[in-house]
Design a protein around this ligand. Structure first.
Ligand code: SF4
Length: 387
């Protein structure tokens, strides 16, 4: 037995071909298996009728057909949907679907918890257990899509949304109903670039025409600034890039994003400029969580504009989402608008993110999952939240 169904979900075409060949099977069958599993969402080898019987038998003796378990499924008032998926040993990871008028975005997790302990982040406060495998990352997409397409489980609000679109735009309605996930962001639990190999394998599967066929522009990896891995991603699989910035200078960023002590802003911005040479978009998105009295002054907006003057940028201002144990507060709406105005006047595109799924703790920075912390820094994180 090679593994369970999740293992199979994490095999890109070259890996699956090598596996089949090593077992005396024909490599080209990998294409058929991938199409059945990813495009048709099939987890029953017996149902893969155009595959030779011998291969179907081989598959069923090598892969246990246990699909990943769902621990909870919540729907917010704004139709944002959040799942807690079981990844074993008492751990659960969160995946969020955010429907919008012209697109549906799935936010994936890459680690059980996170070791980086950013002081404004609920995931960071939970501690870290382990990296997810490529199969566990793809399983989130596979399950979410099948749940969104399931007429019984599909969100009534999402279906209503599709109907609403249908009134004036039949193409958009078709997309909403038949292909609910149009964009993927690696912004859930964990730092994707600290789980590089699994993230890369998952990216290849998301982009593969044998699987989900997403364009590089519609897949975004978000990093807190793991500089060497940003350089590698630019070479290996340049998708859209978002950087969790949150501060305009090293002194403050050292406190908010401890990784900054290792890779300070000068290094980070150098890596951003280099990334843009190969990126599918012509700008880097910088995420900036707005925290009252911490990083939201007009002077800090001016410093941010100066900092980003050498990198084509789009700044996404995110109102801080409070979570239990944190003493930080959200900036006022007026303060966020004033901050955005300074950036806009400096010629930098700035948007204010609409908070989604807040009533089910699915908003940005609120994902906590269920993490058996294997680090000893939970108390440090709690202290850090007052930074
Ligand atoms: S913001 Fe990202 S990198 Fe920082 S602790 Fe949270 S999940 Fe980890």
């Amino acid at each position: 037995m090679l593994g369970d169904f999740t293992f199979l979900l994490g095999c890109s075409e070259p890996k699956l071909k090598a596996l089949l060949e090593s077992e005396g099977e024909k490599a080209f069958r990998a294409r058929q298996v991938m199409q059945w599993v990813h495009q048709r969402g099939c987890s029953d080898f017996g149902a893969m009728t155009d595959i030779a019987k011998r291969l179907r038998e081989w598959l069923s003796t090598r892969f246990e057909l246990t699909e990943p378990g769902i621990l909870s499924d919540h729907l917010a008032a704004d139709a944002t949907r959040k799942w807690l998926f079981d990844v074993g040993s008492g751990n659960g990871i969160e995946t969020v679907f955010i429907p919008e008028r012209q697109r549906g975005t799935l936010c994936l997790s890459t680690q059980v918890g996170c070791a980086l302990a950013c002081s404004f982040c609920s995931t960071g406060a939970q501690g870290f257990n382990r990296n997810l495998t490529a199969g566990e990352i793809i399983a989130q997409y596979w399950l979410a899509r099948s749940l969104l397409l399931d007429p019984i489980s599909a969100s009534p609000t999402r279906l209503a949304e599709a109907e609403k679109i249908e009134d004036d735009d039949s193409d958009a309605a078709d997309t909403a109903a038949s292909r609910p996930i149009s964009n993927v962001v690696f912004m859930g639990m964990g730092e994707p670039l600290q789980n590089y190999d699994a993230t890369l394998e998952a990216l290849h599967i998301l982009l593969s025409d044998l699987a989900y066929g997403l364009s590089r522009r519609r897949v975004t990896v978000s990093t807190s600034g793991v500089v060497p891995m940003m350089d590698r991603l630019a070479q290996d699989c340049p998708v859209a890039l978002a950087v969790s910035l949150h501060a305009p200078d090293d002194a403050l960023r050292d406190r908010l994003v401890p990784l900054n002590r290792k890779y300070p802003l000068a290094d980070l911005l150098r890596a951003c400029r280099a990334y843009l040479q190969r990126a599918p978009r012509e700008f880097i998105t910088f995420e900036y969580t707005m925290m009252k009295g911490v990083n939201d002054s007009v002077e800090q907006a001016q410093a941010l504009a100066a900092l980003l003057s050498t990198v084509p940028s789009k700044v996404n201002l995110i109102p801080f989402n409070p979570f239990p144990g944190s003493s930080l507060q959200r900036s006022s709406a007026q303060q966020i608008r004033s901050f955005a105005e300074v950036l806009l006047q400096a010629g930098i595109t700035a948007t204010i993110r609409k908070t989604r799924g807040e009533d089910i703790d699915a908003a940005c920075g609120q994902l906590a999952g269920e993490v058996i912390n294997l680090t000893r820094r939970r108390s440090n994180a709690a202290q850090g939240s007052a930074a």
